[in-house]
Write a protein that binds this ligand. Structure first.
Ligand code: IMP
Length: 192
């Protein structure tokens, strides 16, 4: 079976994608390939960051690999926090601080439209491929729900009246940015 590294140590993400690959590839985490260093992601786009991480693994460990990067893009804030979503309110990378800053920044705006966008870069047999997933929605005026992570308690996907934090993981994954990008990656891999 062909080996493929997912440039993450998040076991939940590995298990989820492994299941989707239906045994066609053996999925390896960073730990599995002996990569213990923190991967740099200091580019100014999501595409740049996912490419930087996947390319690093390919260059240094000579293993087929893919990496993802996600951001929340808010229209009234000209696309912010975008690629800086994790450290929007500072280097402490606190979800609560980030959400509070977001709600405060939007206080004077009527337009609350936003989207989550995920970029995936795959290095397969020395070729680079990119995949994208987007979910449009709006930013709620207050926290709702306690599931999920990050900005989930304030993001209401289009066509729904609940935040991601009020949905089960199955319900969220079926419509989410990352779910869509992963589906595109998996369809591509299944066709190889
Ligand atoms: P990452 O690229 O997956 O590390 O995501 C960067 C940042 O975006 C995270 O720290 C979260 O704050 C936010 N984020 C990514 N995916 C989600 C999501 O599915 N829900 C809510 N926030 C997310």
């Amino acid at each position: 079976m062909k080996e493929l590294c997912f440039a993450t140590n998040n076991r939940n993400k590995i298990a989820e994608v492994s299941q989707m690959l239906e045994g066609k590839y053996k999925l390896l985490s960073l730990e599995d390939i002996g990569c213990h260093e923190e991967l740099a992601e200091d580019q100014d786009t999501l595409e740049g960051n996912s490419r930087q991480k996947a390319h690093y693994v390919w260059e240094n460990y000579s293993v087929n690999c893919f990496a993802d990067d996600t951001g929340l893009e808010v229209d009234a804030l000209c696309g912010e926090p975008g690629v800086y979503s994790a450290r929007y309110a500072g280097p402490q990378r606190s979800d609560t601080d980030n959400i509070n800053k977001l709600l405060q920044s939007l206080q004077t705006h009527d337009n609350r439209r936003a989207r989550f966008r995920t970029s995936i870069t795959l290095y397969l047999d020395n070729q680079e491929y990119q995949f994208e997933g987007i979910v449009n929605g709006t930013i709620a005026t207050e926290y709702k729900g306690n599931k999920g992570f990050g900005y989930d308690p304030v993001f209401i996907p289009e066509g729904h009246d609940r935040t991601f934090a009020e949905m089960s993981s199955e319900e969220k994954n079926a419509i989410s940015h990352r779910g869509q990008a992963m589906q595109r990656l998996i369809q591509f891999l299944q066709a190889q």
